[in-house]
Write a protein that binds this ligand. Structure first.
Ligand SMILES: Nc1ncnc2c1ncn2[C@@H]1O[C@H](COP(=O)(O)OP(=O)(O)O)[C@@H](O)[C@H]1O
Ligand SMILES: [Mg+2]
Length: 282
């Protein structure tokens, strides 16, 4: 086997078998808006609260794999094998150095997947079908999918496999442009391929409080999408941009930094949204 570390998935401490995991695709067809940063740090923050998380790197650039410190030589088998070779998640998932967090890396072959998928049977359902192979004893409560910056077949696979979509929106001019295209794609996927898909939420990223434009974009987004925009805003923070070169999520690179703290709050907000506390009837 070419992968030096196969079958090393974390096991649930309780040993309990789980239901289907909660699958969240992080998507926006624009590049550089914070998808990968959000996927890595959300996955890490969820793991830190005791969730068992599988992060799938669906972007041929492999930034999520790099950001989690997966060495190149360990990336021989990953998401491509899942999509095109019928591999099972447990055969290709790697243990990351973050407790409770496994990762399916983007191998070099993934760059060709967008084209190869075109002539493949059930081409939009490949990731969904692969995740359906997670047996009853898998440890995961969450699967986070880091989508590439396009609306091609790779992203479609992410949206079809997911229960919900989390959309990072960069606080800059033109941020809302293009988002209507993404919303139309989500609607189209719901109509034709995955009726259960929900918009998980929109997270404002790279917010710069010294820049009025950030406030304007945030106000616009909240005016348009209302409570679908997370209360938590991710600030522009140098520690976030430094952390990938150390192969670490910012939460481990500098726990006290505003960026790390924001991602911890984002994870808490996501957990609240996904598992609302029962309210006492008055
Ligand atoms: N909140 C932030 N503050 C500072 N830099 C950030 C922040 N979020 C992302 N970055 C940096 O911006 C670049 C693009 O982010 P990334 O998450 O890779 O976007 P995408 O996956 O959407 O292309 C990366 O270099 C990343 O380190
Ligand atoms: Mg990315």
């Amino acid at each position: 086997m070419s992968d030096p570390r196969p079958n090393q998935t974390n096991s649930s401490p309780s040993g309990a078998s789980r239901q289907k995991p909660n699958i969240v695709a992080v998507a926006n067809q624009k590049g550089g808006v914070g998808k990968t940063t959000t996927a890595i740090n959300l996955a890490t923050a969820l793991s830190a609260t005791g969730e068992h998380v599988l992060l799938i790197d669906l972007d041929p650039q492999g930034n999520a794999s790099t950001g989690l410190g997966v060495p190149r030589e360990d990336r021989a088998t990953g998401t491509y094998a899942l999509l095109l070779d019928g591999a099972s998640p447990k055969d290709v998932a790697l243990t990351s150095f973050v407790p409770n967090l496994d990762v399916i890396a983007a191998e070099p072959d993934l760059a060709g997947a967008e084209i190869e998928l075109v002539s493949t049977e059930r081409r939009e359902y490949r990731l969904r079908d692969a995740l359906a192979q997670l047996g009853p004893d898998h440890p995961y409560s969450f699967v986070i999918i880091d989508c590439p910056p396009s609306l091609g077949l790779l992203t479609l696979n992410g949206l079809v496999a997911a229960d919900s979509v989390l959309v990072p929106l960069q606080c800059e001019f033109f941020a809302l442009e293009g988002i209507s295209q993404l919303m139309r794609t989500i609607e189209r996927v719901k109509r034709a391929l995955n009726p259960a898909l929900r918009l998980q939420g929109i997270v404002l990223t790279m917010f710069d409080r010294r820049n009025n434009l950030s406030d304007l974009v945030a106000a616009d987004a909240r005016g348009f999408f209302g409570t679908q925009v997370y209360d938590t805003v991710i600030p522009r923070n140098i520690r976030i941009s430094e952390s990938p070169s150390h192969g670490k999520p910012v939460i481990l690179y500098d726990f006290r930094s505003p960026g790390a703290q924001a991602y911890i709050r984002l994870a808490q907000e996501l957990l609240q949204r996904e598992r609302p506390q029962p309210v006492n009837a008055a």
